[in-house]
Design a protein around this ligand. Structure first.
Ligand code: HDE
Length: 677
């Protein structure tokens, strides 16, 4: 079939039937002012197809952005797994990755406070393996049977159909406060992890414990971690809110542009590997998706890298139609009895039939395996394959008669489920949870204690903000009562912030264990002092110093960052040398939240003019408020004064040290400019 879009070598526009179209501007009429004719098959076909362009959006994770790339193995894992992609140092496996928000619809914004999906489809030589993860290593619930309740509560409310893409509303907090098992995940969701700066700067986690299985059938527990090579980076709440206004597509654009400019996003794949004995020794259950295993207990082993190096050719055909499914697994990897995972194994295939309309969606190019694929599944809507031969059942003996008998089972190389490593109490069938699942607070406390002072303030303030949006008065005290099991000071700060009395502590439900804080859980402790992959906004005006601009552009380029020139007029700014500097964005349309640090290069006169422009003053105030570095030259000082900017450690006269300083956020500034809980 010729590719859609190419429509034959000669580039003729045709109908879906291949008939050449002579006029694509005018419908067929009986006379110039006469009615359109029913006979016009060109018009009818075009409108008909247009009318049916949309498909149902995903029930969760509706808004997403994807890219192609590859996974490269750097550490041979033959001793641990027979999976092809993990054998042979240097082996490359093609992938498609989709990042997403969870709660919002397909047309919602990129930067709400939300969990992000991190779904990877590996097209291995032995079939497709999907590692469908998130950017947070734990989940809200322990058992899949609660998933519809969780999602109903967080999506827009049933009667009023708002809010879109946000958890700050009654039904979410009603459910969350009644589900103490969600407390650990709430700590993460209220932290800056839920406000990533870029898909390229967030971690990914498989969350559940899986198994790797080697040739001998020996299984090892594994947890999967994606580590961004640019380090973890998040935004502040105020910044995320303003980004929603400045650029709805902030993350989608960032991913697309990074790949277009060959700054390929990269992650390391780290594995936490452990055996049954270690699992048994832990004070929590490795089958419980609300728990993580600190890296201090089981360190990460880096085994490979993920590189995204190609944007999709077509968003709908690829990013929209890609169907990830945790049940897509290859020999050498296996599931565990995690009750959340088990529910997921059913859900994805089921929902994809409803979303993509036919059981044959696996034949779409983005979903089809890149290795041979043969079975006796037949027919169905939109069957694209034309299977040959008489046999459409198995076993058959048609081969014996010299006719094609079709594919056969592979007893040796085929996928085999491993025996459950998990404890079996021999209780028969029951609707119950394992004992250690009842500890809902110890790891929430571990997370809290692992944060910096400033991160703790963000978490406390997020709880205050979200709960302040709740109208039913009984909900916030219930949530604060749960938080008292996490940390008394946190609960007190949230109660104070809301202006409510501290409620009695809720029942902990299980004996809490004191866990050692883990530095890996903090963003601030894991940020990289690098400008690589980031964007610096430079404000110039007529009269700006040409030599200073050339110097800073060279420094930024050397640091691997992107410079973005902003001026009051898109036509450019006439610099001190009389030349016009080309501008990337006009001031009003390029607010400073789009940048990681800013530079002001202004003549005294230029600064004076901008001092009368609200957009310029706001530009500076926002960068300062978002704790970014500000570099300026002598002329620009007047604009800083007009914006009332204190000269703290992060505000400096531009010079050779600026680039290093610009890689940081100035957390110490925050208590001076913002009341946090
Ligand atoms: Fe999903 N989830 N999920 N989920 N999930 C879907 O599948 C579901 C869960 C995740 O970019 C749906 O094709 C259940 C955890 C991602 O296309 C659906 C449960 C994690 C994506 C579904 C969970 C995820 C989805 C909706 C509780 C992190 C987007 C559309 C047992 C490990 C994939 C679709 C993409 C999408 C069900 C919980 C990650 C309805 C029942 C935990 C990244 O099948």
């Amino acid at each position: 079939m010729p590719e859609k879009g190419s429509h034959g070598a000669e580039g003729h526009l045709t109908t879906d039937q291949g008939i050449r179209i002579s006029d694509n501007q005018n419908s067929l009429k009986s006379e110039p002012r006469g009615p359109a004719l029913l006979e016009d098959f060109v018009l009818r076909e075009k409108i008909f197809h247009f009318d049916h362009e949309r498909i149902p959006e995903r029930i969760v994770h509706a808004r997403g952005s994807g890219a192609h790339g590859y996974f490269e193995l750097t550490d041979d894992l033959t001793d641990l797994t027979k999976a092809d992609l993990f054998r042979g140092k240097g082996k490359k496996t093609p992938v498609f990755v989709r990042f997403s928000t969870v709660a919002g619809g397909a047309g919602s914004v990129d930067t709400p406070r939300d969990v992000r999906g991190f779904a990877v489809k590996f097209y291995t030589q032995e079939g497709n393996w999907d590692l469908v993860g998130n950017n947070i290593p734990v989940f809200f619930i322990q058992d899949a049977i609660k998933f519809p309740d969780l999602i109903h509560s967080v999506k827009m409310e049933a009667d009023r159909a708002y809010p879109q893409a946000g958890s700050a509303h009654d039904t979410f907090w009603d459910f969350a406060s009644l589900m103490p098992e969600s407390t650990h995940m709430l700590m993460w969701a209220m932290s800056d992890r839920a406000l990533p700066r870029s898909f390229r700067m967030m971690e990914g986690f498989g969350i559940h414990t899986f198994k790797l299985v080697n040739e001998e059938g020996k299984a090892t527990f594994v947890k999967f971690h994606w580590r961004p090579r640019l380090g973890i980076q998040s935004t502040l709440w105020d910044e995320a809110l303003k980004l929603q206004a400045a650029d709805n597509d902030y993350h989608r654009r960032d991913l697309f542009e990074a790949i277009e400019s060959r700054n390929f996003p990269e992650w390391d794949l780290g594995l936490q590997l452990f055996d049954e004995e270690l699992a048994r020794s832990l004070p929590y259950d490795v089958l419980d998706a609300t728990k993580l295993i600190p890296e201090e207990v089981v360190p990460l082993r880096t085994v490979g890298g993920l590189v995204l190096d190609r944007n999709p050719d077509n968003f709908f055909a690829e990013t929209e139609q890609v169907a990830f499914c945790p049940a897509n697994i290859v020999p050498g990897v296996d599931f565990t009895a995690d009750p959340l995972l088990q529910g997921r194994l059913f859900s994805y295939l089921d929902t994809q039939k409803s979303r993509l309309g036919t059981a044959n969606f696996y034949q779409l190019p983005i979903n089809a395996p890149k290795c041979p694929m043969m079975n006796f599944q037949r027919d169905g809507m939109m069957q694209m394959q034309v299977p040959k031969g008489r046999a459409n059942y198995e076993p058959n003996s048609l081969d014996d008669h010299g006719e094609a008998g079709g594919p056969r089972e592979c007893p040796v190389t085929g996928f085999k489920s491993t025996a459950a490593l998990e404890d079996r109490a021999g209780n028969g069938k029951l609707r119950a949870r394992a004992e250690l699942f009842a500890d809902h607070y110890s790891q929430a406390r571990l997370f809290w204690l692992s944060q910096t002072v400033s991160e703790q303030a963000h978490i406390a303030s997020s709880f205050v903000f979200e709960l302040s949006k709740v109208e039913l008065e009984k909900i916030p005290p219930r949530m604060v009562a749960n938080l008292r099991n996490v940390d008394e000071s946190l609960a007190k700060r949230v109660a104070d912030g809301l202006g409510i009395p501290l409620p009695a502590k809720s029942e902990a439900g299980a004996k809490l264990v004191e866990l050692k804080p883990s530095a890996a859980l903090s963003i601030h402790k894991n940020m990289k002092d690098t400008l690589k992959g980031r964007k610096i906004g430079i404000l110039v005006n007529d009269g700006s110093d040409a030599a200073a601009l050339a110097r800073i552009l060279a420094d930024i380029g050397k640091a691997g960052a992107q410079a973005f020139l902003v001026a009051p007029k898109k036509g450019g700014a006439r610099l001190s040398d009389g030349k016009t500097a080309p501008i990337h964005g006009q001031l009003l349309g390029s607010p400073s939240q789009l940048f990681d640090a800013i530079v002001l290069l202004l003549s005294t006169e230029g600064a004076g003019t901008l001092g009368k422009d609200g957009a310029a003053i706001q530009w500076v105030i926002d960068a300062f408020g978002h704790l970014k570095a500000i570099g300026y030259d002598a002329g620009a000082a007047a604009l800083l004064d007009k914006a009332n900017i204190a000269r703290d450690e992060g505000v400096m006269v531009i010079g050779p040290t600026f680039v290093a300083a610009a890689a940081k956020r100035y957390w110490d500034r925050e208590p001076h400019i913002r009341m946090l809980a």
